[in-house]
Design a protein around this ligand. Sequence first.
Ligand code: ADP
Ligand code: ADP
Length: 229
Amino acid sequence: MISIRSLSKSYSGTTILDNINLDIIPGEIHGLLGASGAGKSTLLRCINGLEQFSPSGRVRVDNIELQNLSSASLRAFRKNTGMIFQDFALLERKTALENVMLPMTCWQKKTKELRLRAMGLLQSVGMEDKADHRPAQLSGGQKQRVAIARALALKPKVLLCDEATSALDPATAKSILDLLKKINQESGITIVMVTHQMDVVKYICDRISVIERGRLIRTDTIKNILTSQ
Ligand code: ADP
Ligand code: ADP
């Protein structure tokens, strides 16, 4: 699903990503585990086409070679990946329903149709009764549910999660991970989870890649990683 070859990235002489090679299997939940500043978010942004990389690097997502795309094509490509963040990134002045509808406005369908689909998405994350609430009226876990519904609005093949549960208390974090697992099992969507928490990858990931100071030091199943420690 995702294939990364010789990917390096530096900012003004400092190496942030150093020769990353990684294959992510369709339908898996893959964790990118590492300490703060290791380069995980930068790697995620490379997969999402938000970062430019050196000519030696290659990133292929669902048979699209990102390094070959123009910036307009990259923008179009990004619609095929959903993304969720630690801080939810919802629009505060819009309701839950409007936040979920927003990405779909590019489809130029009737508002009624978009509203119906957005309601269905809110229902699938257990938030249909909060459709008219603004983010300020929602708890952290509820906001993340709305953000997940929004990320799925354009039917992406990949869901990228950047510290998606780091701002939540343990019980709420677990319920969000359960939801992501359910979405993965029901739709087969590939999920990439950036986290600094071993607990998170242990709970939800099929395989993980360990990132240390810009280097990918190991990719393996969670079982193998745990038994060899
Ligand atoms: P992580 O997600 O693992 O915490 P990041 O990918 O956010 O790590 O950052 C990796 C390193 O790259 C950090 O040292 C950070 O300060 C640096 N970095 C990230 N983005 C930029 C940028 N736009 N310009 C310069 N340095 C950056
Ligand atoms: P995260 O917590 O998700 O890893 P960061 O706080 O590292 O995000 O970065 C937030 C934003 O600031 C990103 O867009 C990143 O590119 C930018 N950034 C991070 N570190 C630096 C830096 N040292 N210099 C310039 N921009 C940076």
